[in-house]
Ligand binder design. Structure first.
Ligand SMILES: Cc1cc2nc3c(=O)[nH]c(=O)nc-3n(C[C@H](O)[C@H](O)[C@H](O)COP(=O)(O)OP(=O)(O)OC[C@H]3O[C@@H](n4cnc5c(N)ncnc54)[C@H](O)[C@@H]3O)c2cc1C
Length: 415
């Protein structure tokens, strides 16, 4: 008996689902509502496509913010190493950066997409573009196919949903599919922005958009519950951004910003202790130069003026008159400038969507629905997300490969 598998969505998860289902001998059809495959994939990594991370499965688990345990079978099935091998064996040259981020050597996401397109062609997997799925066709508690927006019904033995999250809706993943999934009976964990910038309440800092710092440490919380990251920081008209902020956003997106006061602390000199800064300032005191004139050698003058004003320190005072309280406040400002977090940028602007199909309703070993027979899920549509570094695309590839294999080989975990 044939096994017709319909994959909904031609992002990285959908493409890998199709490939792995076809390898099991299934007759596969991929449906994509866009006019091209991998529209979001194209803009990943700033167009360079950080498609995985060279860390091992444990590293990938650690980088996964929500439901990392659920990810184990998928990551074991298609490990980061196997993913790199997949691309290398098909001719993609790669570069691995210091933090393990893996990119095509050409720094062009288009080369990754082209390779995937070629693989689909070689495996003779048809992709129907401009075909939007609007509803799942059900026969009792089993999925029997999909209904397209144009009203046509397509029968299938198995359906894999890889419709993505709700971030960057212009790429096709606009969150509409969650309504269809809910209608079919699954619960959706509420969608939240992940990997995005912070909106900051402190108005003064928003007055310096475009000012950046090459290497700072940012921290939220205290003790064991603290989260901290390091890297470059950018001030924007709404607050702050930059790689460490984006990473931190995934750790705090479940907080209720209306109810809770959350403070971010910035350490502008992460390699210097308070005492080292104190000694440095004391040594400068002999110079007799103005505090502001001295510090502007290290910081943008515009920002410096606002910073000193915020700390209530007179920037005009000569160094040899610097009061002890001012010196202490300055050190405090350099080492842990507090900023009050208003919230995160909206979901549509976030790189990743946290939340999605409740993983309690999905069998992690097969990625098959526990509620609806013959229905599978892969990629960002699931309530799984990770920090930056290539981990989210690995989630898409690994879950895609496992869902594809499970659907492709047939069988039924419900029977
Ligand atoms: C700006 C940006 C940069 C990023 N950079 C990186 C990076 O460098 N590294 C990394 O690991 N991750 C990165 N990500 C995250 C990564 O792109 C996603 O996690 C990944 O694309 C998810 O893959 P997916 O296949 O699950 O979903 P998607 O890539 O969103 O694909 C879903 C597909 O389903 C289609 N679809 C949706 N609904 C329907 C329907 N009803 N019918 C038919 N088709 C439908 C959509 O059109 C879309 O093509 C980035 C994200 C953004 C926005």
């Amino acid at each position: 008996m044939g096994n017709r598998v319909i994959v909904v969505g031609a992002g990285p998860a959908g493409i890998f689902s199709g490939i792995y289902a076809a390898k099991e001998g299934a007759e596969v059809l991929i449906l994509e509502k866009n006019e091209e495959i991998g529209k979001k994939l194209r803009i990943t990594g700033g167009g360079r496509c950080n498609f995985t991370n060279s860390g091992d499965v444990t590293d990938h688990r650690r980088a996964t913010v929500h439901n990392s345990k659920f990810m184990i079978p998928a990551l074991m099935h298609l490990s980061p190493q196997k993913t790199m091998d997949f691309f290398i064996e098909r001719g993609l040259e790669i570069i691995i950066e210091e933090d393990g981020s893996v990119f095509p050597k050409t720094n062009k996401s288009q080369d990754v997409i082209r390779l995937l397109q070629k693989e689909l062609m070689e495996l003779k997997i048809p992709v129907s573009l401009n075909h939007e799925v609007e509803e799942l066709m059900m026969e009792e508690s089993r999925v029997a196919g999909v209904r397209l927006k144009d009203g046509r019904n397509l029968n299938a033995d198995r359906v894999i949903l890889t419709t993505g999250g709700a971030s960057y809706p212009k790429t096709g993943s606009d969150g509409k599919s969650f309504l269809m999934i809910e209608k079919a009976g699954h619960s959706i964990v509420s969608l939240k922005p992940a990997l995005t910038s912070f909106e900051i309440k402190d108005q003064w800092i928003r007055g310096y958009p475009g000012v950046s710092f090459g290497d700072v440490k940012v921290k939220i919380g205290k003790g064991k519950k603290a989260f901290q990251e390091r890297g470059s920081l950018l001030i924007t008209h709404y607050g702050i951004s930059g790689p460490p902020i984006i990473k931190l956003s995934s750790r705090i997106n479940e907080r209720d910003f209306h109810q809770e006061e959350l403070t971010l602390r910035i350490d502008f000199f992460p390699d210097k202790s308070n005492e080292e800064i104190r000694t440095w300032l004391i040594n400068l005191e002999g110079s007799g130069r103005q505090l502001k004139t001295l510090l502007k050698e290290y910081w943008p003058i515009r920002f410096l003026e606002g910073f000193l004003e915020e700390l209530k320190i007179d920037g005009q005072q000569p160094m040899n008159h610097l009061k002890k309280e001012d010196r202490n406040r300055l050190i405090e400002g350099f080492k842990q400038l507090p900023l009050s977090i208003k919230g995160l940028r909206p979901l549509r602007e976030s790189m990743v969507t946290a939340g999605g199909v409740n993983v309690k309703e999905v069998n992690p070993g097969r990625l098959e629905s526990k509620l609806i027979k013959n229905l599978y899920f892969a990629g960002e549509v699931l309530d799984v997300d990770a920090i930056t570094g290539g981990y989210n695309l690995q989630i898409a590839f690994s879950t895609g490969a496992l869902a594809g294999k499970s659907a492709g080989e047939g069988g039924d975990s419900h029977d």
